[in-house]
Every structure is written in structure tokens, then in C-alpha cells.
Unconditional design. Structure first.
Lengths: 375, 375
């Protein structure tokens, strides 16, 4: 394998796939990025066995040649090191030259790197799935779905199915739901065309990795689903993840429909108040904040006997309903408030020990929190 | 104790002294900041028992009242928490009110914090030293002294005296020296007026803390020295540190005076090359780079059998002397190159296993590195 390539293009590709590189793995080969060079261009592959990212870089872009091929072939190159070398490369072009099937030479300007490579034949064969009927999204819209649901994913392995986001279809709607059983996030997306029935659970960690990839790669996103795999395609990049096995709990009845008390706040102002009040939860164990909702204003407080206490008040923009006292985890509340986008936010309560929900004008997003019983 | 104070002034003071707060300490009281309020103003004190920072904030600044006193007194307030509360304060003034000798109330806008305090009587009595003949410096000049010497301080406790920077006077010169026995930094400062004989060793860690404090507090710096304590005064802030006990080794004969080979490089270009070559040392054990110095150019290389190897060449701006091969720790070399300021840097060699030095036009700064024997 021997080729010369525009360095910014190569760096960008290596950077994209490197997000799937395994840091701790029983398979050393998964610390490598696989490079496959054929006449059409280069395929880069990295995988940590849960997710796989593959990128194709064509020889010609807009009729302009970006890769100059001398000899076809494949290599498994130490991923992190390759990434770092390319970050410090100070030339417009990079020359890659594999020799003796175990060394790769990287040349630019006055630099001459030789990296030891593992046997590319050891690299696991990872099939990329494809389907005839992908779901299509604007990638920015899908970033929002991830951002607004992934907060409620469980981080405990006791119920593995809850560590993922459930995505299921119903006619022309897609329901994206996560819950760690203390809180729940739901985002409903209306699709322009009906899609086949799906009901999958994508690991939360995979979605966070995908979110980072989408931040620098925007455009039309295709989602392909197979029995235990989901594959996201954007531009020349494929991001594939294992799905979680098992039945995601039915959550539709958890979200209350009627509310005795509703408060509208300026979202940023509310975040500031809860953020300050939460200061006293950082160092201590107690992260339960209390809301005392009066007619004219709401008192937000936190009492952490070992550290101290804090009381703030905030005036709602509008309010329907009467006096109530409710306590809940301040972190859940902050997470939910921060992933919403609108200026105003509505908190809807049904009772002191019943779940309450947080909504904005965008009725397709619901954040739900289960309160704790307070004296 | 009860007072109201301009919040930016209070925050700045708390932020300054908080650099001395102890994170892990057998004395819980040292996690507090001591606040003493008298008619003239407020004294803030924090200490980790090696360093102490004390700041005075006067009641009037330029005839403008910034502190409004209701009741004098003292308190020991949880330091980190106070700092965080002030960072999030959204008002021009802060009200502080101590009650029952164990709670402190912090009020601003709609916020009402109550923090549990320890008994201020438990706070250790820390005397600040003073001398009639302080050494005076422009603080920015002293920042340079720290930056250019602290790199060579030892991080091993096997020879505690080497974990500090030796500062000694000789007539109207001040010699600032550090060495971990593999490298050495020396900065000589010419003083305008002769000073009394001094020969002290300041802990490197203390100097790093002082450097951070000086970054945001610049002006005339006074240095007061007592038998086992040094005290730096800038504006209304006193930074005091314990000195290290013991005799700092005599180093003057270590720095060679005659050189058979001298190379001048563009400093930034050389840093870039060594930085890239060092990539291969990051993941592996070998951080020894080799310089092969030929007539026309210098080859810089690193061979890390398990990872790979890298070869770069760089052309010196000028050169005196002939062929040589020398190997040394790339990190030491980078540290030394980075703390110098000039555009050009001169490397002066006397032999393959003899220490070499790095200098710029500023002859008062010398960085020395001991090479390793290479085959």
C-alpha cells in the first residue's frame, strides 16, 4: 500500500473514525485504524466492538484528484498515534507507504515516521448493514433528539435495557424515550412519510459518540435498521452500533395528562436559580431541592444539615393552581431545563408525590421527574 | 460580624486567598477562609500550612466606601463553597452576617445562603513576617524567574532540598537555581542596589502557586526573608511560604565554560520538530531523542522499538564546530526551549557525555541538560 493524500482530508477522516477507537480492549487490534486502499479511494474503519465508524474518501472530489495511488493494499495502523502525528503535520500532503507488511511510513515535509503495525488480517470483519427503506432525517434534528433524550438514560447496569434510548414508530410518528426509572425523557418526531414498524433500543453511549460525530458532519442522515444493529449514514461516513437486547418498558401511561398546577418560568432565570441552589448539594449527599409554590412566588430551597442551607425565590411569568410543596433531585431538573431550547418553560404538577413534567411550546418534547417524599 | 461589600471586590479577594486552601489536610479548619473585620477593613487568610495567603481589603478605596460595617468580628468560612457562591452571585453587593458564632449568612438579590462554620478560635495563628530590608522586584520580572527555573525542580522526595529553587545573593546579583540532578536551570538577576546576604530554598510548588497569583496581581513585589520563611507582598496581598531546610548543592562548577560545538536555531521551529519527534515517546517508555549534528543540518530522531521510529531534519541558522551524536530526554529539552523568550536559541556542547547548555541573547538565563550515553 502506497499513496499520497491531501493532509486536511486525511486528518478529517482519521479524526472522524477515531471516535470509535477502543481505549481498553481485550483485542489490541481494535486500537488500530484499518486503512483499505482501492482504485476508488480509501476506506477507514475503527471499532470498539459496540460501535464501528467507517468512512470512504474518494480519489476524486469534484473532479479534483485528492489521492495519488502508487500501490493498492490494506493496513492496521495504531489509531491514536496516527491521529496525533496528523495533528502535528505541517505540510499540504502526506505520503503513506506500507512495507514488509508490518511497518507504515508517514512522510511530510522534513518528517519521516515509521510506525509498527499489527497484521491487518487480524482485523475483525465487520459487516455494514444496509436496508431498502432507511429513515431520513436532517442531522441537526437528530442531534436534538439525542440531546433531549440521552440525559435520562440509566448509568447502572442492573437493568441494561434502561441504558439505551428506545426508538419506536407508530404510523407516521417516531417515539424516542429514555428513563432511568427516576426520570423520563420523551421526544416525538413527526415523519413526512410513514415508515415500517420499528422498536429498537440504542445504547446511550453510542448516541453520545454519534452526537459528537454529527457536530462536525452535518447534512442528510439515513438510518438503517437490522435485527440487532443500527447504522447511521451521513455523507461518506457510516456510524454503526449494536442494539440492546430486551423489552423496553411501556412508558406511555407514566406521563400524566391532567394537571392541577402549572407554572411558567423564564428558562434561563430558572436555571440560574437552581444552579445556585445546587451549590450546596455538590459537596454533600443531599441533592434534593424543595419547591414551595405560593400564589405570587415560588421558593426554591435546599437544606444540607452538614453544610448549610440556601433559599431563593423566583416569580413565575404566569401560574394556574394553588399552594404545593414538592421535592426532587436538582440534577435531574437542571439536566432537563438545559436541553430545552425555548425562552419559556412550563412545569406541570399533579400532586406532591406524583411525577411532574417540564415542557415548552414544543409539545413534542416531555421531560418527566419523579419527586421524592419530603416531610 | 456583619457587613455589606461590593461583590467584585469581595470575590477577587476570596479568589486570591483561595489558592492557599488545603484540599486534603488533617486539619479541617484549613479548609476555611478566615475573615477578620475591623474598622479599617477586612483581612482574609487562607493557608495549607506550607503557604499562607493574606489579603487586606480597606473600607475605603480612593475615598469611596466599598465596605459598610454593622458589626465587627471574625469567622472561619468554608472556603471552596464561599468561592463558588460568590462566583454565581448576581448582584453588585453581598451581605455577610454571622450569627450564633457558627452560621454565616450570605445574601444578595433573591439568594439567601446559610453556611455552617467552624469555630474561628480553632484557626491557627499564623504570623506574617516583615523585614526592614525587603528585596524589590517588578512582579512580571519575578514571574519570569519562576517560569524559567521551576521546570528543573525535582518532583521526587528522595532529596527534598532539590524540590525547591535556590535563591542566593552575591554582591548586587541574585542567583536563582534549580536542579533535579538531570538538568539545571539558572537565572541571574542584577539588582540596582546591593542587598544583605541571602541563601534560601523556596519549595517549587509554592512558587507555582505564587506565579498564578501574580498573573492577576501585577505591580511592585516586595520579598521579605526570615530564618525559615519567605514572604512576598504585592499590593494588599501577602504570600508567605515555608522554606526548605538543608544545603542546596553548589552548582557553579557544573556549567561548562568552553564549547567545541555551537548551534543556533529558530526557537519555535526547533520546538515544533522536537514536539513532533516526541510523539513516539508519549506512549512508550523511551523518551530519549538523538541529535546527529552534521555540517549542513541536524538530524533529530527517536527510536522506540515497540512503537516505531521518527527522523526529522532541521537546518541551523548558524553553526560552529563539527560532527557529533548526542542523546537526551526530549521532555527536558522541550521544557527548556518553551520557557525562553527570544526568537533564536543557541545550543552549546562540550562532548557527547558532558552536560550541554541552552541559551539565548539573554545571557543571564542558562538551561543545562545532562545527556545519556547512547550506543
Amino acid at each position: 500500500m502506497k499513496f499520497r493524500i491531501q493532509s486536511n482530508i486525511f486528518s478529517e477522516g482519521i479524526n472522524n473514525v477515531s471516535r470509535a477507537l477502543s481505549t481498553k480492549t481485550p483485542m489490541p487490534i481494535l486500537k488500530s485504524i484499518k486503512i483499505d486502499l482501492n482504485e476508488e479511494g480509501i476506506y477507514l474503519t475503527a471499532s470498539d466492538s459496540t460501535i464501528t465508524i467507517k468512512q470512504f474518501m474518494p480519489t476524486f472530489i469534484d473532479n479534483k484528484q485528492t489521492i495519488f495511488i502508487e500501490e493498492l493494499g490494506s493496513a492496521a495502523v495504531p489509531g491514536r498515534l496516527l491521529l496525533e502525528v496528523l495533528r502535528k503535520a505541517n505540510d499540504d500532503y502526506i505520503e503513506i507507504n506500507m512495507y514488509e507488511d508490518k511497518y507504515i511510513k508517514i512522510n511530510f515535509k522534513n518528517s519521516d515516521f515509521t510506525l509498527n503495525c499489527l497484521d491487518v488480517m487480524e482485523y475483525p470483519n465487520i459487516d455494514l448493514i444496509d436496508s431498502n427503506e432507511p429513515i431520513e432525517f436532517d442531522s441537526v434534528k437528530f442531534e436534538q433528539i439525542i440531546k433531549q433524550t440521552v440525559i435520562s438514560v440509566s448509568t447502572h447496569e442492573s437493568r441494561p435495557i434502561l441504558t439505551g434510548v428506545n426508538i419506536k414508530s407508530n404510523e407516521n410518528k417516531l417515539y424516542c424515550i429514555s428513563t432511568d426509572s427516576y426520570r423520563l425523557s420523551e421526544k416525538i418526531v413527526e415523519l413526512e412519510t410513514p415508515i415500517p414498524n420499528i422498536n429498537i433500543v440504542i445504547p446511550g453511549k453510542s448516541l453520545l459518540d454519534l452526537e459528537k460525530l454529527l457536530l462536525t458532519n452535518r447534512g442528510k442522515l439515513q438510518i438503517h435498521i437490522a435485527s440487532n444493529i443500527v447504522s447511521f449514514k451521513i455523507k461518506n461516513i457510516t456510524f454503526q452500533s449494536r442494539l440492546l437486547d430486551g423489552n423496553f418498558p411501556e412508558t406511555s401511561r407514566l406521563i400524566p395528562k391532567e394537571f392541577g398546577l402549572q407554572l411558567v418560568f423564564n428558562r434561563i432565570e430558572l436555571i440560574d436559580v437552581v444552579d445556585r441552589v445546587s451549590l450546596l448539594s455538590k459537596e454533600g449527599a443531599n441533592n434534593i431541592i424543595n419547591l414551595d409554590i405560593y400564589d405570587e412566588k415560588t421558593i426554591i430551597s435546599l437544606d444540607s444539615p452538614e453544610i448549610g442551607k440556601v433559599v431563593e425565590d423566583i416569580t413565575p411569568l404566569s401560574q394556574e393552581g394553588s399552594l404545593m410543596r414538592i421535592g426532587f433531585n436538582s440534577k435531574y431538573f437542571l439536566d432537563a431545563l438545559k436541553v430545552l431550547n425555548e425562552e419559556k418553560v412550563t412545569i406541570k404538577f399533579t400532586g406532591e408525590v406524583r411525577p411532574f413534567i417540564i415542557r415548552t411550546n414544543d409539545e413534542f418534547v416531555t421531560q418527566l421527574i419523579l419527586p421524592v417524599r419530603i416531610e
